[in-house]
Design a protein around this ligand. Structure first.
Ligand SMILES: [Zn+2]
Length: 230
């Protein structure tokens, strides 16, 4: 029996290969799944599938550019996300990358995909219906920052100004004096810039935790460069 993850990955590989209209689509998908299994011994099966997928997408994009066709993301122009319940960590990372991201059921994700946003889900079933949706399957097995990179590169979206990781609200630079009583004394001695979330009022500053997250987000580039043959 094929596992849910395997079905999800097969769907992803198929969606990319379809863009170049191969004569034997399922054979191509089988080949990519086999290549992932061969690579699994060194990096683990899920990371192997992610790498083979990213390399395949990059090659398909280059091929489309050469023929004059362009890579059209299913979500053209959209930049608001709805994640299913198992993708709460991904929602937080998407907010850190500057995007609005809510968390709810798969049906909520589909509803936003039918409206003006992008749905992200770990369920495979919605893709087995025939409806064309701004919905992406995300492997639940990858760590959230890795999921974020995968999604942003699929949609050719670059990271933006960070939002509140807790709620997705915009961060506003505030005068230090106006939040003085909320700053831990040791932090107050070495930091001058403070931000407040316009939605939930949480206080932020660019400490080591923030910098670690910002560096991880910055490392996730849109698909402009060769990810390297896995
Ligand atoms: Zn907030």
């Amino acid at each position: 029996m094929t596992s849910r993850l395997e079905r999800g990955w097969r769907h992803r590989f198929r969606a990319v290969l379809e863009k170049v209209r191969p004569r034997r689509l399922e054979f191509g998908v089988d080949l990519l799944m086999a290549r992932s299994r061969a690579l699994a011994a060194t990096v683990g099966l899920e990371e192997a599938r992610a790498r083979v997928y990213e390399f395949t997408r990059w090659r398909v994009q280059r091929r489309l550019e050469k023929t004059g066709a362009c890579w059209v993301a299913p979500t053209d122009g959209r930049d608001r996300f709805a994640c299913d319940l198992s993708l709460g960590g991904l929602a937080r990372w998407l907010r850190a990358a500057g995007f609005e991201a809510s968390v709810g059921s798969t049906e909520d994700a589909i509803a936003l995909a039918r409206a003006d946003g992008i749905g992200l889900t770990t369920d495979v079933e919605p893709f087995e219906r025939k409806e064309r949706l701004a919905l992406l399957w995300v492997p639940s097995s990858l760590p959230p920052p890795r999921q974020m990179g995968l999604v942003l590169r699929d949609l050719s979206l670059a990271p933006r100004t960070p939002r509140c990781m807790a709620c997705g609200g915009a961060l506003r630079l505030v005068a230090k004096a106006s939040v003085a009583e909320r700053i831990p004394p040791r932090t107050a001695r070495w930091k001058e810039d403070y931000f407040v979330c316009e939605r939930c009022d949480r206080l932020f500053w660019q400490g080591t935790h923030w910098e670690r997250i910002a560096a991880r987000v910055a490392a996730e580039r849109p698909a402009a460069e060769d990810p390297g043959r896995p």
